[in-house]
Design a binder for this molecule. Structure first.
Ligand code: ATP
Ligand code: PRP
Length: 215
């Protein structure tokens, strides 16, 4: 790998865990585990490659402003961010889930304006506008499933994987909005100035993914 500095933005939890084998495949090994260290900049076995550990929803912002060259972010987060100044280099096919409208089975039967609780306000707004449905948005930052249970909202927009969280709270998936997986993103400057290193990395990852990387 060339000697240009490369900074990669990741979030801890499922994205870090699922990105680790991909990084290992291209020979990048973090020197710390973000679940146990308090460090936010992790060294790797490469002196020129560092990892930033961020909130998942902040990854596009760090890459957009050039504080990181590359990042791994869910398509849900990218849709919400808007993608300005960013390019999606690869679908990493990790952290797969679906962005959905969910609620009690009869939630969509309500006449008039729907109250929608979500942290995905931009995606929810676009989706219901396309459907021609008037909504009132209630911005939340987590535990969206609670909102219909206490009549804060008629329905929610959130990511669903197994559906266990919805079921455990007496809710159902109602309408699909988008299939979600995590993407490798880059900003314009890094794409231009660090093209060779990044293109090499992408080529290796792409080959690995095409060959059916273990999930
Ligand atoms: P933030 O901390 O910024 O609010 P978050 O808590 O949603 O973000 P994670 O739970 O680590 O962050 O999720 C990271 C990404 O993983 C999400 O953006 C989404 O693309 C995907 N994801 C979220 N929940 C699931 C799930 N249950 N199964 C599979 N993938 C998921
Ligand atoms: C996500 C999402 C749902 C749940 C869906 O929460 O916000 O609550 O996963 O997954 P399921 O369909 O398999 O139950 P997460 O586990 O990331 O918790 P957090 O967002 O509150 O951190």
């Amino acid at each position: 790998m060339a000697n240009q500095n490369i900074i990669i933005a990741l979030s801890k939890g499922r994205i870090f865990k699922d990105t680790l084998p991909l990084l290992a495949h291209v020979g990048i090994i973090p020197q710390d585990d973000p679940e146990t260290t308090r460090k936010l900049i992790l060294d790797t076995n490469h002196p020129h490659i560092k990892l930033l550990i961020l909130r998942a929803s902040d990854v596009p912002t760090y890459v957009q402003y050039g504080a990181a060259d590359l990042g791994v972010a869910g398509k849900d987060v990218l849709m919400e961010h808007g993608g300005e100044g960013l390019f999606e280099l690869l679908d990493l096919n990790i952290a797969r889930c679906r962005l959905m409208v969910a609620g009690r089975p009869d939630a969509m039967l309500k006449a008039g304006r729907l109250r929608v609780a979500t942290k995905y306000t931009h995606s929810a707004e676009c989706y219901f506008a396309e459907q021609g449905r008037q909504i009132e948005l209630i911005k939340l930052y987590g535990s969206m499933e609670l909102a219909p249970l206490v009549d804060l909202a008629d329905c929610i927009v959130d990511v669903v994987d197994t559906g266990n969280t919805l079921r455990a709270n007496g809710l159902e998936p109602l309408l699909p909005i988008a299939d979600i997986s995590s993407r490798l993103i880059v900003n314009r400057a890094a794409q231009k100035l660090k093209h060779h290193v990044i293109a090499d990395l992408v080529k290796q990852l792409d080959r690995y993914l095409q060959a059916g990387a273990p999930q």
